[in-house]
Write a protein that binds this ligand. Sequence first.
Ligand SMILES: Nc1nc2c(ncn2[C@@H]2O[C@H](COP(=O)(O)OP(=O)(O)OP(=O)(O)O)[C@@H](O)[C@H]2O)c(=O)[nH]1
Ligand SMILES: [Mg+2]
Length: 225
Amino acid sequence: MYTLLKGFYKYFARKEEYYVLLLGLDKAGKTTLLERIKSIFLGILGLPPDRIAPTVGLNIGRIEVNKARLNFWDLGGQRDLHSIWEKYYTECHAIVFVMDATAKDRIEECKEVFEKMITNHIVEGIPVLMLANKQDSPNPLKVEDLKEIFSKIALKLGARDSRVLPISALQGDGVREAVDWLYIRLQLKGGSSGRIGSAGPANAKAGSCMQRGGRPLPNRQSALV
Ligand SMILES: Nc1nc2c(ncn2[C@@H]2O[C@H](COP(=O)(O)OP(=O)(O)OP(=O)(O)O)[C@@H](O)[C@H]2O)c(=O)[nH]1
Ligand SMILES: [Mg+2]
């Protein structure tokens, strides 16, 4: 009886496990965002911004939102590190593309990198959240500007869920809303029920590759909304 009850408890208390990639050009604010997410959702003091160095490896953050566990993988945005991104595509359930909304001189570069990422067949159908970061700075690009700038490329998003949201990773504005959006999209699509523990390209090779659940929601426009 005890074992049965324990089994029920484990079943109902289990958490869905999701993996979310944080991508974007170097200095976009990905690691600052990860630290902010950790401080908001875990209640711990993240690394102070002046101690965050450019990422060359992988930063990991894990939070729990209701019945889900969200694992964030923050990768380096420097150009020679982009080839590493693809190694994480097979196992991620969503991608957050962080943009420096003040870097107007890097828009073309950003468009090129974003397009290459979303047209990779491995990430076909998975939700993409674009974040217009650094909204606390003077005169940043707004969400409407980015929708306009990315409108042609957005046609290539296909039937997947996508959204552009404004944030300030530094001050925390919009960060909770961004994670809420992710949580809802991930819940709708379903994930890797019951797969607890670390995952990643190395583990995938060892045979613990997760199934990405769900299919793109039907009848959606190909656009960033
Ligand atoms: N004003 C402002 N600055 C920010 C914000 N987010 C990040 N920054 C600054 O932008 C710079 C780069 O931040 P990082 O978090 O290291 O950027 P990254 O995208 O992780 O960069 P890589 O690791 O090189 O890919 C730092 O000086 C941050 O303090 C923000 O919301 N507002
Ligand atoms: Mg970084």
